[in-house]
Design a protein around this ligand. Structure first.
Ligand code: ATP
Length: 239
Protein backbone atom coordinates (compact mmCIF):
# COMPACT_ATOMS: atom_id res chain seq x y z
CA UNK A 1 0.00 0.00 0.00
CA UNK A 2 0.99 3.64 -0.51
CA UNK A 3 1.44 6.33 2.07
CA UNK A 4 -1.47 7.34 4.29
CA UNK A 5 -3.53 10.00 2.47
CA UNK A 6 -3.29 13.47 3.98
CA UNK A 7 -7.09 13.79 3.87
CA UNK A 8 -9.42 10.84 4.27
CA UNK A 9 -13.21 10.99 4.38
CA UNK A 10 -14.93 7.80 5.51
CA UNK A 11 -18.62 7.12 5.10
CA UNK A 12 -19.71 10.72 5.64
CA UNK A 13 -23.44 11.47 5.71
CA UNK A 14 -25.10 14.83 6.31
CA UNK A 15 -28.68 16.02 6.69
CA UNK A 16 -30.69 19.23 6.78
CA UNK A 17 -33.53 18.13 9.03
CA UNK A 18 -35.15 15.29 7.15
CA UNK A 19 -33.35 16.16 3.89
CA UNK A 20 -30.36 13.95 3.22
CA UNK A 21 -27.63 15.94 1.47
CA UNK A 22 -24.74 13.44 1.66
CA UNK A 23 -24.85 9.66 1.84
CA UNK A 24 -21.83 7.53 2.77
CA UNK A 25 -19.25 9.69 1.01
CA UNK A 26 -15.70 8.32 1.09
CA UNK A 27 -12.65 9.79 -0.55
CA UNK A 28 -8.91 9.95 -0.07
CA UNK A 29 -6.48 12.64 -1.16
CA UNK A 30 -2.72 11.96 -1.18
CA UNK A 31 -0.24 14.51 0.11
CA UNK A 32 0.60 17.08 -2.62
CA UNK A 33 -2.36 15.78 -4.61
CA UNK A 34 -4.69 18.04 -6.53
CA UNK A 35 -8.16 16.62 -6.84
CA UNK A 36 -11.53 17.80 -8.01
CA UNK A 37 -14.93 17.24 -6.41
CA UNK A 38 -17.40 17.64 -9.25
CA UNK A 39 -21.12 17.56 -9.64
CA UNK A 40 -24.17 19.48 -10.75
CA UNK A 41 -26.04 22.08 -8.76
CA UNK A 42 -27.40 20.44 -5.60
CA UNK A 43 -25.15 17.36 -5.85
CA UNK A 44 -23.86 18.04 -2.34
CA UNK A 45 -20.52 19.71 -3.06
CA UNK A 46 -20.93 22.66 -0.71
CA UNK A 47 -22.36 20.48 2.05
CA UNK A 48 -19.35 18.16 1.74
CA UNK A 49 -16.97 21.07 1.97
CA UNK A 50 -18.78 22.55 4.96
CA UNK A 51 -18.82 19.15 6.67
CA UNK A 52 -15.05 18.86 6.22
CA UNK A 53 -14.37 22.31 7.68
CA UNK A 54 -16.59 22.06 10.75
CA UNK A 55 -19.24 24.47 9.44
CA UNK A 56 -21.82 21.70 9.18
CA UNK A 57 -22.15 18.75 11.58
CA UNK A 58 -22.00 15.44 9.72
CA UNK A 59 -24.58 12.95 10.98
CA UNK A 60 -22.17 10.03 10.59
CA UNK A 61 -18.76 9.16 9.23
CA UNK A 62 -15.26 10.49 9.83
CA UNK A 63 -12.86 13.10 8.49
CA UNK A 64 -9.19 12.33 9.10
CA UNK A 65 -6.53 14.97 8.41
CA UNK A 66 -2.87 13.92 8.60
CA UNK A 67 -3.86 10.97 10.80
CA UNK A 68 -6.01 13.03 13.19
CA UNK A 69 -9.78 12.66 13.47
CA UNK A 70 -11.13 16.19 12.97
CA UNK A 71 -14.79 15.26 12.46
CA UNK A 72 -16.20 16.97 15.53
CA UNK A 73 -13.81 19.90 15.77
CA UNK A 74 -15.21 23.44 15.54
CA UNK A 75 -14.28 25.36 12.40
CA UNK A 76 -11.46 27.43 13.95
CA UNK A 77 -9.79 24.27 15.30
CA UNK A 78 -10.05 22.60 11.88
CA UNK A 79 -8.10 25.55 10.46
CA UNK A 80 -5.34 25.26 13.06
CA UNK A 81 -5.05 21.53 12.30
CA UNK A 82 -4.23 22.41 8.69
CA UNK A 83 -7.41 22.43 6.64
CA UNK A 84 -8.20 25.86 5.18
CA UNK A 85 -11.19 26.82 3.09
CA UNK A 86 -11.77 29.38 0.35
CA UNK A 87 -15.54 29.95 0.45
CA UNK A 88 -17.74 30.34 -2.59
CA UNK A 89 -17.27 33.84 -3.97
CA UNK A 90 -14.02 34.23 -2.02
CA UNK A 91 -15.48 36.14 0.92
CA UNK A 92 -13.07 39.05 0.47
CA UNK A 93 -14.02 42.01 2.68
CA UNK A 94 -14.10 45.03 0.37
CA UNK A 95 -14.05 47.57 3.23
CA UNK A 96 -10.56 46.37 4.17
CA UNK A 97 -7.21 46.67 2.41
CA UNK A 98 -5.51 43.75 0.69
CA UNK A 99 -3.10 43.32 3.60
CA UNK A 100 -5.88 43.53 6.20
CA UNK A 101 -7.76 40.79 4.34
CA UNK A 102 -4.64 38.63 4.32
CA UNK A 103 -4.06 39.16 8.04
CA UNK A 104 -7.55 37.87 8.80
CA UNK A 105 -6.47 34.49 7.46
CA UNK A 106 -3.74 34.23 10.08
CA UNK A 107 -5.90 35.13 13.09
CA UNK A 108 -6.09 31.59 14.45
CA UNK A 109 -2.35 31.08 14.28
CA UNK A 110 -0.48 31.07 17.57
CA UNK A 111 2.40 32.97 15.93
CA UNK A 112 0.09 35.40 14.10
CA UNK A 113 2.40 38.33 14.84
CA UNK A 114 5.19 36.72 12.85
CA UNK A 115 5.36 38.49 9.49
CA UNK A 116 7.12 35.70 7.58
CA UNK A 117 3.93 34.08 6.29
CA UNK A 118 2.56 37.44 5.14
CA UNK A 119 5.83 38.08 3.30
CA UNK A 120 5.72 34.63 1.70
CA UNK A 121 2.16 35.16 0.47
CA UNK A 122 3.15 38.57 -0.95
CA UNK A 123 6.02 36.87 -2.78
CA UNK A 124 3.74 34.17 -4.16
CA UNK A 125 1.25 36.76 -5.47
CA UNK A 126 3.00 39.88 -6.78
CA UNK A 127 -0.29 41.58 -7.75
CA UNK A 128 -1.29 41.48 -4.08
CA UNK A 129 2.05 42.88 -2.97
CA UNK A 130 1.67 45.79 -5.38
CA UNK A 131 -1.75 46.61 -3.96
CA UNK A 132 -1.16 45.71 -0.33
CA UNK A 133 -2.39 49.05 1.05
CA UNK A 134 -5.19 49.50 -1.47
CA UNK A 135 -8.80 48.73 -0.72
CA UNK A 136 -9.77 45.19 -1.76
CA UNK A 137 -12.65 46.84 -3.64
CA UNK A 138 -10.12 47.99 -6.26
CA UNK A 139 -9.29 44.39 -7.22
CA UNK A 140 -10.67 42.61 -10.27
CA UNK A 141 -12.62 39.36 -9.91
CA UNK A 142 -9.54 37.24 -10.56
CA UNK A 143 -7.44 39.27 -8.13
CA UNK A 144 -10.12 38.89 -5.44
CA UNK A 145 -10.02 35.13 -5.89
CA UNK A 146 -6.22 35.37 -5.60
CA UNK A 147 -6.65 37.37 -2.39
CA UNK A 148 -9.07 34.77 -1.02
CA UNK A 149 -6.50 32.05 -1.75
CA UNK A 150 -3.72 34.11 -0.17
CA UNK A 151 -5.84 34.69 2.91
CA UNK A 152 -6.42 30.93 3.29
CA UNK A 153 -2.65 30.35 2.94
CA UNK A 154 -2.08 32.71 5.88
CA UNK A 155 -3.31 29.86 8.11
CA UNK A 156 -0.37 27.73 6.84
CA UNK A 157 -2.65 24.86 5.78
CA UNK A 158 -1.64 21.37 4.76
CA UNK A 159 -4.76 21.08 2.61
CA UNK A 160 -6.58 23.88 0.79
CA UNK A 161 -10.25 23.42 -0.10
CA UNK A 162 -11.80 25.76 -2.64
CA UNK A 163 -15.53 26.14 -3.21
CA UNK A 164 -16.16 26.93 -6.90
CA UNK A 165 -13.29 29.36 -7.43
CA UNK A 166 -14.28 29.72 -11.10
CA UNK A 167 -17.74 31.06 -10.25
CA UNK A 168 -18.38 34.37 -12.00
CA UNK A 169 -14.93 34.51 -13.60
CA UNK A 170 -14.29 34.72 -17.34
CA UNK A 171 -12.85 31.49 -18.83
CA UNK A 172 -9.39 32.98 -19.28
CA UNK A 173 -9.26 34.22 -15.68
CA UNK A 174 -10.49 30.82 -14.48
CA UNK A 175 -7.61 29.18 -16.34
CA UNK A 176 -5.19 31.58 -14.68
CA UNK A 177 -6.55 30.79 -11.21
CA UNK A 178 -6.38 27.03 -11.86
CA UNK A 179 -2.81 27.37 -13.18
CA UNK A 180 -1.92 29.42 -10.10
CA UNK A 181 -3.22 26.62 -7.84
CA UNK A 182 -1.20 24.02 -9.72
CA UNK A 183 1.91 26.16 -9.49
CA UNK A 184 1.29 26.68 -5.78
CA UNK A 185 1.05 22.94 -5.24
CA UNK A 186 4.33 22.42 -7.09
CA UNK A 187 6.15 25.21 -5.28
CA UNK A 188 4.91 24.67 -1.73
CA UNK A 189 3.81 21.02 -1.55
CA UNK A 190 0.28 22.06 -0.67
CA UNK A 191 -2.57 19.58 -1.22
CA UNK A 192 -5.48 21.10 -3.15
CA UNK A 193 -9.14 20.05 -3.28
CA UNK A 194 -11.11 21.92 -5.91
CA UNK A 195 -14.89 21.79 -5.58
CA UNK A 196 -16.25 22.74 -8.99
CA UNK A 197 -19.32 22.75 -11.15
CA UNK A 198 -16.94 23.59 -14.02
CA UNK A 199 -15.97 19.94 -14.46
CA UNK A 200 -14.12 20.35 -17.76
CA UNK A 201 -11.92 23.09 -16.34
CA UNK A 202 -11.28 21.32 -13.05
CA UNK A 203 -10.45 17.99 -14.70
CA UNK A 204 -7.94 19.68 -16.98
CA UNK A 205 -5.91 20.90 -14.01
CA UNK A 206 -6.34 18.16 -11.34
CA UNK A 207 -4.84 14.64 -11.10
CA UNK A 208 -7.91 12.92 -9.74
CA UNK A 209 -11.64 13.53 -9.65
CA UNK A 210 -14.60 12.52 -7.50
CA UNK A 211 -18.03 12.90 -9.06
CA UNK A 212 -20.89 13.61 -6.66
CA UNK A 213 -24.45 12.87 -7.71
CA UNK A 214 -27.39 13.23 -5.35
CA UNK A 215 -25.08 13.26 -2.36
CA UNK A 216 -23.15 10.11 -3.27
CA UNK A 217 -19.80 9.49 -4.94
CA UNK A 218 -21.06 8.27 -8.33
CA UNK A 219 -17.60 7.86 -9.83
CA UNK A 220 -13.95 8.52 -9.20
CA UNK A 221 -10.83 8.16 -11.23
CA UNK A 222 -7.88 9.89 -12.75
CA UNK A 223 -8.91 13.23 -14.22
CA UNK A 224 -7.65 12.12 -17.64
CA UNK A 225 -9.88 9.01 -17.53
CA UNK A 226 -12.93 11.00 -16.39
CA UNK A 227 -12.33 13.59 -19.13
CA UNK A 228 -12.23 10.94 -21.85
CA UNK A 229 -15.21 8.93 -20.57
CA UNK A 230 -18.13 10.04 -22.79
CA UNK A 231 -20.74 8.23 -20.72
CA UNK A 232 -19.52 9.89 -17.52
CA UNK A 233 -19.36 13.29 -19.14
CA UNK A 234 -22.90 13.07 -20.44
CA UNK A 235 -24.39 11.52 -17.30
CA UNK A 236 -22.82 13.71 -14.63
CA UNK A 237 -20.48 16.36 -15.91
CA UNK A 238 -22.60 18.23 -18.40
CA UNK A 239 -20.16 18.66 -21.27
P1 ATP B 1 -24.42 24.24 -5.47
O1 ATP B 1 -23.64 24.07 -6.70
O2 ATP B 1 -25.74 24.91 -5.70
O3 ATP B 1 -23.65 24.86 -4.34
P2 ATP B 1 -24.05 21.73 -4.21
O4 ATP B 1 -23.58 20.59 -5.03
O5 ATP B 1 -23.03 22.44 -3.44
O6 ATP B 1 -24.84 22.76 -5.08
P3 ATP B 1 -25.45 21.51 -1.75
O7 ATP B 1 -25.62 22.97 -1.62
O8 ATP B 1 -24.45 20.85 -0.91
O9 ATP B 1 -25.16 21.14 -3.26
O10 ATP B 1 -26.86 20.84 -1.54
C1 ATP B 1 -27.05 19.44 -1.44
C2 ATP B 1 -28.50 19.12 -1.10
O11 ATP B 1 -28.80 19.61 0.21
C3 ATP B 1 -29.51 19.75 -2.04
O12 ATP B 1 -30.55 18.82 -2.23
C4 ATP B 1 -30.00 20.96 -1.30
O13 ATP B 1 -31.31 21.26 -1.66
C5 ATP B 1 -29.90 20.52 0.15
N1 ATP B 1 -29.62 21.67 1.02
C6 ATP B 1 -28.51 22.45 0.99
N2 ATP B 1 -28.55 23.39 1.93
C7 ATP B 1 -29.72 23.23 2.58
C8 ATP B 1 -30.37 23.89 3.69
N3 ATP B 1 -29.80 24.91 4.31
N4 ATP B 1 -31.59 23.43 4.06
C9 ATP B 1 -32.15 22.38 3.44
N5 ATP B 1 -31.62 21.71 2.42
C10 ATP B 1 -30.41 22.12 1.99
Amino acid sequence: GGAEPILRVEGLSAHFGAVRALTDVSLAVPERGMCGVLGANGAGKTTLLRSLTGLHRASSGRVVLAGEDITRLPAEKVITRGLAHVPEGGGVIVELTVEENLRLGGLWRRDRRDRSTLNEVMELFPPLAERRNKSASTLSGGERQMLAIGRALMARPKVLLLDEPSLGLAPLITQQIFALLRDLRERTGLTVVLVEQNAAGALSVTDHGFVLNQGRVAAEGSSADLLSDDRMRHAYLGF
